[in-house]
Design a protein around this ligand. Structure first.
Ligand SMILES: Nc1ncnc2c1ncn2[C@@H]1O[C@H](COP(=O)(O)OP(=O)(O)OP(=O)(O)O)[C@@H](O)[C@H]1O
Ligand SMILES: [Mg+2]
Length: 282
């Protein structure tokens, strides 16, 4: 196929995404990488992880950890490597170096050599960027897909009831095709489907994307509720203000390097964070 010349005038930087409530400035101040010590008591831990796509290097020496019961968020601008971090945890992108551990009982188990289905089977589930629902299938069918690796019928039924309690709008729409749901309802379904796997760690990739501010608030309230019911959460967000309101701790990633790491409360007051990601001029 011949390449048509690009006749569009060069753009002055990318259009801001409509979903960004508090958009990060296009040029976030470049910060130095920070490295944390191993945290063997965590539920999920990345230690010195490098990964990318063929020759394209994305993650550089990423170390982070999530303790049981926490909400930890990963913040960063477009293309910083947030989705790649989640895909690397799930083995959808292979780590070229470093180690990823998931606690199982008293021990940390290395999972970076496992296949994605094995990792999901061990209790890590993702709510992917852009929801990825089965548009022609009903709400009920989409929820059932979330439980497809399970065989404990009674537990599945309990989780089905729990999901409908968290998201009553889904109960009213169980036979509706997922593709005809509103954006907010689709996000609820994506979260509900992930909960049907009864994950030990729930990875969420920009759940507030594309939603009106009122729905964004509902999504964050639900994240808190799910966490209070016992699920550990690793949340990827560009919406730093809202994410830091619900999170216990956070990491900031810039061009594949972790550049800030602290409690959410401390980061909300950190001048570097304010300048680069919270839309405030210091
Ligand atoms: N399949 C792929 N092949 C090659 N490069 C990729 C692939 N997927 C992502 N990348 C590149 O990896 C880098 C990080 O992408 P990633 O999707 O992790 O960013 P992100 O932080 O999730 O951004 P966004 O906020 O826009 O979703 C980008 O430069 C992107 O172009
Ligand atoms: Mg992404």
């Amino acid at each position: 196929m011949s390449q048509a010349p690009d006749r569009k005038p060069p753009q002055e930087g990318a259009e801001p995404r409509k979903d960004q409530v508090a958009p990060a400035p296009a040029q976030a101040t470049a910060l130095d990488a920070v490295h944390e010590a191993p945290a063997p008591d965590s539920l999920l831990e990345l230690r010195n992880v490098f990964s990318g796509y063929g020759p394209v290097r994305v993650l550089h020496d990423v170390s982070l950890h999530i303790k049981k019961g926490e909400i930890v968020c990963l913040l960063g601008s477009n293309a910083a490597g947030k989705t790649t971090t989640l895909k690397t945890i799930l083995g959808m992108v292979k780590a070229n170096d470093g180690e990823i551990f998931l606690r199982s009982g008293e021990k940390q188990e290395r999972i970076d050599d496992k296949r994605t289905t094995e990792i999901v089977g061990r209790g890590i589930t993702m709510v992917p960027e852009g929801r990825r629902l089965f548009a022609r299938m009903s709400v009920r069918e989409n929820l059932n897909i979330g439980a497809q690796l399970r065989s404990d019928e009674a537990g599945i039924q309990d989780d089905f009831n729990r999901v409908l309690k968290i998201f009553p709008r889904l109960e009213e729409r169980l036979s509706q095709k997922a593709g005809t749901l509103s954006g907010g309802e689709q996000q609820m379904l994506a979260m509900g489907r992930a909960l049907m796997a009864r994950p030990r760690v729930l990875l969420m990739d920009e759940p507030s994307m594309g939603l009106a501010p009122i729905l964004v608030e509902q999504v964050f309230d639900t994240i808190k509720e799910i966490n209070e019911q016992g699920t550990t959460i690793f949340l990827v967000e560009q919406n730093a203000n809202m994410a830091l309101e619900v999170a216990d701790r956070a990491y900031v990633i810039q061009t594949g390097n972790i550049v800030l790491s602290d409690t959410a409360k401390a980061l909300l007051d950190d001048p570097k964070m304010k300048e680069a990601y919270l839309g405030e001029v210091t």
